[in-house]
Design a protein around this ligand. Structure first.
Ligand SMILES: O=P(O)(O)OC[C@H]1O[C@](O)(CO)[C@@H](O)[C@@H]1O
Ligand SMILES: [Mn+2]
Length: 461
């Protein structure tokens, strides 16, 4: 049960480093400064490259950016007030308004600061400040400080990528002869591969190597018990209840949107899922959503997306390269589309999207299904709040529901809703770190169109 002073109008408080010893506190105290130190080191190691490209101006930019980042690290570690952004990027005004909003929420007595304000907000803000340090130093503005880690994670997963592309080739070959049950079986596999692909983010390990080495399909059955909520049947029926008819005569969704999370192995698992959905006829079009600036160490930018497809095409492995060419052709034909929108790199809870990014909300409303990959998206879906574990997912979404949606997330932050009574307590007693270890996962679905049904209290999704 939630104590009365931990909610405001029935909505629990945001997770925050204010709670000493909490995961938010440890992230801000330990993990974020480590990430900043690595960023500084990366920029420094590229000094010669900046010199070769931009001469003295490049060297000055390197020095200036490092000095801004050291100042940022100091502000964080000494819990200084959060400052307004000063660069010229498209989203500056929105960030600065959000700071004022936080200040209003917190009251005038104390400043919005790293250890006192919502964790979601200050953590997003750190990545935006890293970007600012580069934007303020024009010759190196486009330098992606996380690029090395992302490409390394892809290259180190090459065995697993080959195994996945071989599996995909096998599906393509036999697709015409699959019964509906066989199709469902493969659907569950590619969905789960994309789910567990989310284990491979670099932010939880503060940038440490975190790639996939085993054959992903073979690991699935042993991972099954770690899926705490599994609504994959509802995802399947949503795809199948859409009005269109796919190639194989089964019903097809017109459009599935995938809100991407990490580059490297996880992105490949998402591309494999997207390939399966269109090649099986379960969906006609896939719209991917990525980030417009380097974000949370490993998140996909447009550049990462293109690079991954080019690398896949260039592989010596027959089926891997074939998959790459297939993906490229989906993009050319408009069967696949890639988008980014500044809202994905802002700190808002998704329940604010309709009011604060109505164009993006409108875009998602066109989908028959929206898949949200990863932990950060889950935190934003649920507002990163101290919810009781048994609260319904629909309640934690607080009105967000542009289309039927599903979160595919491995747990790396201490927010989890929609569990059975007692399930959270049982997990805590067996494995105290269950919410943050990345060992557990959810496939959690919500359909705004079945709201009426939920009002009866029969079903909790
Ligand atoms: O890539 P993901 O799955 O969104 O994870 C991001 C990680 O960063 C965090 O915000 C922690 O810094 C966690 O929520 C999560 O571990
Ligand atoms: Mn991520």
């Amino acid at each position: 049960m939630m104590a009365a002073d931990t909610t405001v109008y029935g909505v629990p408080l945001s997770l925050s480093a204010r709670v000493t010893g909490s995961f938010a506190y440890l992230t801000i105290r330990d993990r974020l400064p480590t990430i900043l130190t690595k960023v500084i080191d990366t920029i420094h190691r590229h000094k010669n490259i900046f010199f070769e490209e931009y001469g003295e101006e490049g060297i000055n930019a390197e020095k200036q950016a490092i000095s801004l980042l050291s100042k940022l690290r100091n502000e964080l570690q000494t819990d200084k007030p959060v400052l307004e952004l000063t660069d010229n990027f498209q989203d500056v005004e929105s960030w600065n308004q959000y700071l004022q909003r936080q200040q209003r929420l917190q009251g005038d007595q104390e400043s919005v600061s790293w250890f006192k304000s919502p964790w979601l907000y200050v953590e997003c803000y750190m990545y935006r400040r890293i970007h600012e340090a580069l934007l303020l130093n024009p010759p190196i503005s486009n330098f992606d400080v996380f690029n090395e880690g992302k490409t390394q994670s892809f290259l180190e997963s090459s065995q697993a990528v080959m195994a996945l592309c071989t599996y995909l080739e096998d599906i393509h070959k036999n697709l015409k002869n699959f019964s509906k049950n066989q199709l469902l079986e493969h659907f569950n596999k590619v969905l789960q591969v994309s789910l567990w692909g989310n284990k491979c983010d670099l932010s939880i390990s503060a940038g440490q190597e975190n790639s996939q080495k085993n054959s992903p399909i073979e690991s699935l059955s042993s991972l099954q018990p770690f899926i705490l909520v599994d609504h994959s049947n509802l995802v399947w029926s949503t795809l199948n209840s859409s009005p269109g008819l796919g190639e194989s005569g089964i019903k097809a969704a017109d459009r599935v949107d995938i809100v991407l999370d990490n580059a490297g192995f996880e992105l490949v698992t998402d591309l494999v899922l997207a390939d399966f959905l269109v090649s099986s006829g379960l969906a006609r079009q896939i719209h991917f959503h990525g980030k417009s600036l380097p974000w949370f160490v490993s998140d996909v930018t447009a550049n990462d997306f293109q690079w991954t497809i080019r690398q896949t095409m260039a592989s010596n492995h027959k089926w891997m390269s074939k998959s790459g060419y297939q993906w490229q052709s989906y993009l050319k034909k408009g069967v696949w589309c890639y988008h980014d929108h500044p809202f994905w790199t802002q700190p808002h809870e998704f329940c604010d999207m309709a009011a604060d990014a109505p164009d993006l909300y409108g875009t998602l409303q066109k989908a028959d299904l929206v898949l949200f990959k990863g932990d950060l998206n889950y935190r934003k879906l649920t507002g990163d709040r101290d919810w009781d574990h048994t609260v319904a997912f629909s309640s934690a979404l607080r009105g967000f529901g542009p289309a039927p949606l599903c979160s595919l997330r491995t747990l790396k932050a201490n927010v989890q809703v929609g569990l059975q009574p007692g399930q959270g307590e049982k997990l805590t007693s067996h494995d105290p770190n269950w919410m943050t270890s990345g060992k557990y996962a959810v496939i959690q679905f919500y359909n705004p169109q079945s709201e009426k049904f939920q009002m009866t209290g029969n079903v909790d999704f």
